[in-house]
Design a protein around this ligand. Structure first.
Ligand SMILES: Cc1cc2nc3c(=O)[nH]c(=O)nc-3n(C[C@H](O)[C@H](O)[C@H](O)COP(=O)(O)OP(=O)(O)OC[C@H]3O[C@@H](n4cnc5c(N)ncnc54)[C@H](O)[C@@H]3O)c2cc1C
Length: 464
């Protein structure tokens, strides 16, 4: 029996994507504190008995100490032109670009919000927004990413240090999530949150979608082109694309509250050359700072390492904040939050048709197939063109990569993984995926002049 996608599922999906009011929400604060005297305002509804045979599927079984996964047919949750796996800076930009180019576009994200490390990881400082073009400083993060920054600029406390002549702004994570939500909705992207992409769906050597795992179990999302923006290359790795793994420092960011109540005299008690630095870096809220943490080099694909670091880092942060309170003697200072997302800097890197090297960016090489431009961390080095090949797997078809997992040499990782570069490579991958759908060709065969024209029409910066 072929599993079916019911009307109820469809209505839910459309609601999540912002179409109509299938699942709408109005914020009405509930009374907190003492239990209400009367019956609670919200009561459970629509309680239904479930026939367990309708949800059952062939289960993995133990056989001779091995776990055997039986073959099974999966329900198709959704079919689309472009599917983006992962909704971080890169995936968000890819989805919006593809949808704006006219491709039916869906995005699957394992957590409940967009932004990945930028918002969930509380990495709020957008580095590499600018670079030198000749002796002029230009903003290289334009197009979808630039629009997002502009829109944050129009929100109260959405962003600081954002102006044409200023480099590296800092955002508020909730404002950023909000604007990302709005832009994906406006572009008509079908949004599937709380879904892990766990496997590619293959047709020979071509990726034709992904299997997602959610509370509804395993379902397939079919697509003509998949953009792997999971940061860790989950889809291309499972599809058998050539790649490498890099161990890097894994940290955990936190924010402090009431920092504006710490007086100069209290700060002095911390000692050190730059006591204010102990309180972290500024955010759009004068009372809040964000504090980066480097952490040890570890394996971002190993749950044991991830679990250990999560616990160790949280303990270290708690102890540090307690010490800061003691040192300053300021009882108002408090740990506002620890990022819900562990700070994985790098894990898998695609082997692309072009591996961009550090040297190619420091003496910037001109590429006829440049689809994005990288910025300078200090805004004082030349802009460096990013060729299409860093997004294209050597052999695998039906897929492009975007964000921190694209193809670069070791020395360029530190530049390519920055939020600015992730926004621009994401934009490029989404536009390329849409062109591949439009031209009915493999992503690697897209007409590059047509792609560059689309990117320029969408406001991306491609150099002077
Ligand atoms: C501690 C730390 C400090 C940093 N400091 C800075 C800084 O100051 N400035 C700067 O510019 N950059 C900084 N960076 C780098 C930057 O934040 C990230 O490299 C960048 O945000 C990555 O964007 P991305 O979209 O490629 O990946 P991610 O942000 O990792 O996004 C990937 C998304 O995919 C989702 N996902 C992953 N796997 C799956 C799956 N299988 N199925 C579905 N969804 C999935 C994730 O939940 C996430 O939303 C820092 C990074 C770290 C870790």
């Amino acid at each position: 029996m072929t599993p079916r996608f019911t009307r109820r599922d469809l209505m839910r999906l459309l609601g999540a994507a912002g179409f109509g009011a299938a699942v709408s929400s109005t914020v009405v604060p509930e009374a907190s504190g003492d239990p209400p005297a009367a019956a609670p305002a919200a009561t459970p509804r629509e309680r239904q008995p479930i026939d367990p045979t309708t949800t059952a599927h062939p289960l993995p079984r133990l056989s001779g100490g091995r776990v055997i996964q039986p073959e099974r047919t999966l329900p198709v949750l959704h079919e689309t032109d472009v599917l983006v796996a992962g909704g971080g800076a890169a995936g968000f930009a890819a989805a919006v670009a593809a949808a704006r180019a006219g491709a039916r576009t869906a995005i699957v994200e394992r957590y409940g919000y967009f932004g990945g490390l930028w918002t969930g990881g509380l990495v709020l400082l957008v580095i590499s927004t600018h670079a030198l073009q000749g002796d002029q400083r230009v903003q290289v993060v334009r197009g979808v990413g630039g629009e997002l920054l502009d829109r944050l600029g129009r929100l109260d406390r959405g962003i600081i240090n954002y102006a044409p002549d200023r480099i590296n702004p800092t955002v508020d994570p909730e404002a950023t999530k909000f604007v990302m939500d709005e832009m994906t909705r406006e572009a008509g992207v079908t949004v599937l949150l709380h879904c892990w992409a766990v496997d590619p769906v293959m047709d020979g050597r071509e990726v034709r979608g992904v299997v997602v795992e959610s509370k509804a179990g395993r379902q397939a999302v079919l697509a003509k082109v998949v953009v792997d923006a999971t940061g860790d290359g989950d889809v291309f790795a499972a599809a058998g694309a050539e790649h490498e793994q890099v161990l890097h420092a894994i940290g955990l960011v936190h924010r402090l509250g009431n920092v504006d109540r710490v007086t100069a005299a209290e700060l002095e008690r911390i000692g050190g050359k730059n006591p204010r630095r102990a309180l972290g870096a500024a955010t759009p809220h004068p009372s809040v700072t964000w504090v980066n943490l480097r952490g040890p080099s570890a394996d971002a694909l190993d749950v044991a390492d991830l679990s250990r670091l999560e616990l160790d880092h949280r303990r270290a942060i708690w102890q540090r904040v307690r010490k800061l309170r003691e040192q300053t003697g300021n009882a108002d200072l408090f740990l506002l939050d620890v990022a819900p997302q562990l700070g994985v800097r790098t894990s898998r890197l695609l082997a692309g048709t072009h591996c961009l090297t550090f040297d190619e960016t420091r003496q910037p090489r001109a590429f006829p197939d440049a689809v994005a431009v990288g910025g300078a961390q200090n805004g004082k080095r030349p802009a460096w063109p990013i060729p299409f090949g860093v997004l294209v797997p050597k052999q695998l078809d039906g897929l492009l990569a975007a964000g921190r997992c694209v193809c670069v040499d070791n020395r360029l990782i530190e530049d390519m993984r920055l939020i600015g570069s992730c926004l621009t490579t994401g934009h490029a991958a989404g536009a390329a995926a849409a062109i591949a759908v439009r031209q009915g060709c493999r992503p690697r065969d897209v007409d590059v002049p047509a792609l560059r024209k689309l990117l320029a029409d969408q406001g991306a910066y491609l150099g002077a």
